[in-house]
Design a protein around this ligand. Structure first.
Ligand code: NZQ
Ligand code: ZN
Length: 391
């Protein structure tokens, strides 16, 4: 194991009915002014009953509510600034983000921008900054599982002006508490449920396929998490109202990104770098973009990490090692992943994402960061090859 320091400051409250039980009390405790800013997305919370639960709890808390709706998927920096302005004008003492990764990420950036005098993009996203002050407190109610944003300080923001989609993880941006009622995810469209589930799987794989490869508890936990995510996605597709499957998917998403599995690991996340830039240029769905990229990327790095990909084949997909060389087994693992992507009905090509030759893939490839944790370091030329193979 590599050295690490571990802390996770988010209080996770999990289970059916948790919003009704805890939100009013937590709000009273966390909000130091009279006003809570309630932030949400395009309106799903108004058609599935979540909004009523939230408003009832906030009324019980005795706080005034100012609403900040319309946070879009792949949230923009402009939306962050709009939210920060509203929070300041209304002296909000707490931001309550209700939604999936996009709402949670946008709210994290708002919690910083609302108290910072400078430009948060240039000081905290364009480069890594130091947060030596208290952001506005943030609490979240998760309505879509996948990103795991609820239990980390990560916020992925798209700056449309410079065409960059950048994620930063500042522990100070961890939500103070995260309420996770799996029944709130029942209304997520199946396509988004699968995309979120694949995002979870991707987070685990991006961590698993990195050194160290000597026996370590993080890799062991990840194998169990990957098997469970695959099992629970299959069950949730059969029956989206399956509480067992949906509650597992919700906690698997949090486990994949609450930093526990990353302990002692280098982490890869090149696939995320590529997907984020595809997103910056095309606004594609995050989990679906990852589904297109992963098998192709892994065919490129499989040889360099062959023993680990072989272990993935046997431990995650149950492929027999008998009669196979390490590289044959490794390749079988990657193809099992590609088959699973097809089985889930996820897109397998960029064309299916609406990306075609009219988009300059070279420009996108050159805008991607090449990260150091992978089995094989990428170059911009190789990223372009990957994009072309994905077409
Ligand atoms: O906006 P509304 O109307 O709420 O609809 C949303 C949206 O259309 C809908 N939805 C959410 N909960 C629902 C629901 N529809 C019905 N019933 C519900 N209960 O789902 C759609 C997608 O939501 P969104 O939040 O955009 O999806 P996701 O959770 O996949 O988040 C994606 C964003 O998170 C970033 C991605 O890059 C992307 O910007 N990520 C954040 C990470 C982090 N902070 O740690 C890590 C990830 O790797 C990822 O990069
Ligand atoms: Zn992701």
């Amino acid at each position: 194991m590599n050295n690490f320091i571990f802390q996770n400051s988010t209080k996770a409250v999990f289970g059916k009915g948790c919003v009704k039980e805890y939100l009013a009390c937590f709000t009273r405790k966390m909000c130091k002014t009279d006003t809570v800013m309630l932030a949400y997305g395009g309106g799903s919370i108004k058609s599935n009953g979540v909004y009523e639960d939230i408003m009832a709890a906030l009324e019980k808390s005795g706080k005034t509510v100012v609403e900040f709706p319309g946070i879009m998927s792949n949230p923009t920096y402009a939306k962050v600034l709009e939210g920060a302005k509203l929070a300041c004008e209304n002296h909000a003492g707490l931001i309550l983000g209700v939604g999936g990764g996009s709402v949670m990420d946008c709210c994290k950036a708002i919690s910083l921008a609302a108290v910072y005098e400078g430009d948060i993009w240039s000081d905290f996203w364009a480069r890594l900054g130091v947060i030596d002050f208290e952001p506005l407190p943030l609490c979240v109610v998760v309505t879509a599982a996948g990103t795991g944003s609820e239990m980390n300080g990560g916020a992925v923001i798209t700056n449309e002006e410079v065409k960059l989609k950048t994620g930063r993880d500042y522990p100070q941006l961890n939500p103070k508490f995260a309420l996770m009622d799996p029944t709130y995810t029942f209304s997520v469209p199946v396509r988004q449920m699968i995309s979120g589930g694949f995002d979870t799987l991707s987070h685990i794989m991006e961590t698993y396929f990195s050194e160290p490869d000597e026996p370590n508890v993080s890799d062991d936990i990840m194998e169990a998490l990957m098997r469970s995510t695959i099992r629970d996605l299959r069950a949730a597709i059969k029956n989206p109202q399956d509480y067992t499957a949906r509650s597992n998917l919700m906690w698997e998403a949090a486990m994949a990104e609450n930093r526990i599995i990353k302990l002692g690991k280098k982490c890869d996340f090149e696939c995320h770098q590529m997907e984020h830039q595809l997103g910056a240029y095309t606004n594609c769905n995050h989990g679906e973009g990852l589904a297109v990229l992963h098998p192709v990327y892994y065919r490129h790095i499989c040889k360099a990490g062959a023993p680990k990909f072989a272990r993935f084949a046997t431990e995650v997909w149950g492929i027999s090692a008998e009669g196979k060389s390490t590289i044959e087994l490794a390749k079988a693992g990657v193809e099992a992943l590609a088959d699973f992507i097809k089985e889930m009905g996820l897109p397998a090509t960029l064309r299916e994402l609406g990306v075609d030759e009219r988009i300059d893939l070279k420009v996108i490839a050159e805008s991607c960061a090449c990260v150091p944790g992978a089995y094989k370091a990428m170059t911009h030329e190789e990223i372009l090859e990957i994009f072309k193979e994905c077409l």
